[in-house]
Design a binder for this molecule. Structure first.
Ligand SMILES: [Zn+2]
Length: 390
């Protein structure tokens, strides 16, 4: 992974390269990302630059043995940690990242380093557990830190989703973060800095990631998917809410976005009519049943996209209502649906809806029956919208 392929603002890359070249890089960095930022990719690019045999003024060479090994996450002095949990095949309450390293490499590679926790958790297929960076991982770090580096250069530790560091494991790392061995670099990555322990925050230097612009997302999409037309790239970028990972996940199917939007309109409109006790032919529950069966017949991945897309739309509509449509960008089609449904989108409704979608997304990931899920969701929405007697 070279800097040139990392999707973050250029200033941020320049700043890190400058610090590395001037030898004043802080040994414990905390990458505080926005959701969908390339934090992991940037950390790997940084490791690659520091270990490259022929670095230029701006990037690693991409060709030397170190660069090649790091790109494959196989470099012996690059140690990567990430959340894991017991699964059907690995039964443990305290499992190590190393046990899942092959799966993780495959996941990173197949997504060109643009990774997020939701997808990783789905791959882990843990049974109802919260994945974490565990005690054994910390013991492993201490062990690695106590021995010499294989290549004689830097030892680099990347902790992806560092907010998932188990609170009973974190204290083991404090001393190492405070007084590291010479030539070691820790890069902790999080998009939830508020969930990090203060003791960790105070021992790391925060590197803040600026939000990506829609233009930047558009450009990156065109580069990653050369057959994408500029019009579609622009629409995906607007839909993505400054989140590159989300934008690339919706590729290639902008048609899918259109379909998800049309289905949202039908689903919500029917629920609103139902709650208003409108005549049954307006509610058209038969149509909703067909819609539910159609969505349930799609792949799990698409089903999840449906819920995430609908959740994001609801949030967007609420914000648009508050700001009179000045900040939130919408496509023309979205605006039509917004104009039709906006009356229903109160703060209370969107809060309830948000929770219902979170639950639905979780259940989809756990292979629940999607027809039942959607039917339940429909009647919950009707319930949210029905005026309550005091
Ligand atoms: Zn190189």
């Amino acid at each position: 992974m070279q800097f040139k392929d990392v999707i973050v603002r250029q200033e941020l890359k320049d700043q890190l390269v400058r610090q590395i070249r001037e030898g004043r890089i802080s040994h414990a960095q905390l990458f505080t990302c926005q959701p969908g930022n390339d934090g992991f990719a940037l950390a790997v690019a940084m490791a690659q630059y520091m270990c490259c045999e022929h670095p230029t003024e701006t990037d690693s060479c991409g060709e030397c043995p170190s660069c090649k090994q790091i790109s494959k996450l196989e470099y012996p002095d690059l140690h990567i940690y990430f959340p894991t949990c017991g699964t059907k095949s690995v039964k443990s309450m305290d499992c190590e990242s190393a046990l899942f390293m092959n799966d993780f490499r495959k996941y990173v590679k197949s997504n060109n380093f643009h990774i997020d926790l939701t997808d990783w958790v789905a791959i882990l297929d843990g049974e109802n557990k919260q994945p974490a960076i565990n005690i054994r991982d910390c013991a492993q770090i201490l062990n690695q830190n106590s021995i010499r580096s294989y290549q004689g250069g830097y030892k680099i530790y990347i902790l992806w989703c560092a907010d998932r560091l188990r609170h009973d494991a974190a204290p083991k790392l404090l001393k190492t973060l405070e007084e590291p061995e010479e030539k070691s670099l820790f890069i902790l990555i999080t998009d939830k800095p508020d969930q990090m322990l203060n003791t960790i925050l105070s021992r790391t230097q925060a590197v803040k990631f600026p939000r990506l612009s829609e233009e930047q997302i558009e450009e990156a999409l065109m580069k990653e998917f050369p057959d994408l037309t500029p019009e579609v790239a622009q629409r995906l970028a607007i839909h993505a809410d400054h989140n590159y990972i989300k934008a690339r996940k919706s590729y290639p199917s902008d048609e899918l976005s259109d379909e998800m939007l049309a289905d949202f309109r039908e689903f919500m409109q029917s629920a609103i009519f139902y709650a208003q006790r409108q005549p049954l032919e307006r509610v058209n529950y038969q149509g909703i049943n067909e819609l539910i069966e159609k969505i349930a017949s799609k792949s799990r991945e698409v089903q999840k996209q449906y819920f995430q897309f609908w959740q994001e739309l609801a949030r967007k509509f609420l914000v648009a209502k508050a700001d009179n449509g000045t900040i939130i960008k919408m496509t023309d089609e979205e605006r039509q649906v917004y104009d039709l449904l906006r009356g229903a989108f109160s703060v209370k409704f969107v809060t309830d809806l948000n929770k219902a979608f979170d639950t639905a997304i979780l259940h989809v990931a756990r292979n629940s029956n999607t027809s039942l899920l959607l039917t339940d969701l429909y009647f919950r929405i009707v319930d949210f919208l029905t005026p309550k007697r005091k």
